[in-house]
Design a protein around this ligand. Sequence first.
Ligand code: NDP
Length: 281
Amino acid sequence: MAILMDGKILAAEKMAALKTRVDALKEKGAGVGLAVILVGDDPASQVYVRNKGKACEELGILSETLRMPRETTQDELEAAIDRYNRDERVSGILVQLPLPRHLDEKRALARILPQKDVDGFHIANAGKLFTGQEGVVACTPKGILYMLKACGVPLSGREAVVIGRSNIVGKPIAMLLLNENCTVTICHSRTADLAAHTRRADILIAAVGKPRFVTADMVKPGAAVVDVGINRVDGKVVGDVDFENVEKVAGYISPVPGGVGKMTICMLMENTVEAAERKGQ
Ligand code: NDP
């Protein structure tokens, strides 16, 4: 039976450590705060934004959510971003994705000051990750790496296979694992014989967005399997991994819910705290 990579336990430990850092910042009078801009009324986004607010509250971080109507224009959105760029109370800015289709996501993300881009999606931060420079790392990949390390999963020299090549999960986690000296393969919807790749993986990251996509026969015995997926099936949240059967083969496995999602919020908090610490230096 696989060892559970328990996001709830890891996140609780991390949040306690972050609380100490927040208290130290506040003692110095440094502004530590997260501004979230939410455009429209996407139900999943509402839940994510609420959870981010709760995490800020737990740490005593200032949290401000700007709710803008669906018909917000690009200029109005960018003006709101500019206001938070100038706001000394705010160390981190996050534009909740997806934006309504008439808005240009790339332009909006590029408008955030890179040092306040706590999602790590600004092209300057993505570029830094890809060129081995220090910058803000996107929360989900950062959380995955944190989880693997905290659970003692060996990385250097191991085969890592990432299913998914999105800018927010697949590509950045592949880069982080490469930086840890893994030998990395990125798979996607056009990959021929996906299972032949996944069966080689000592570390398998599933970021596909398809419920229970990774089955036990695709997993190498003893592998560390990280499930990034959040899929709603019959009102229940399930991951991209067939947990029940894969846990019998894997060496380590992360659950959904209670796995990567918890780490993602935690890393958002860390990025917000780090942004405030950098400003104070
Ligand atoms: P995207 O839809 O952007 O990417 C999905 C990737 O999966 C694509 O690269 C796609 O390939 C690949 N894919 C789709 N079908 C197959 C297939 N049959 N075989 C191999 N690869 C396939 O999703 P995201 O990266 O944004 O998110 C992935 C999942 O993670 C979602 O369930 C999302 O909800 C969840 N998520 C969870 C987070 C958390 O905090 N836990 C944070 C962010 C996302 P191609 O590029 O060829 O289309």
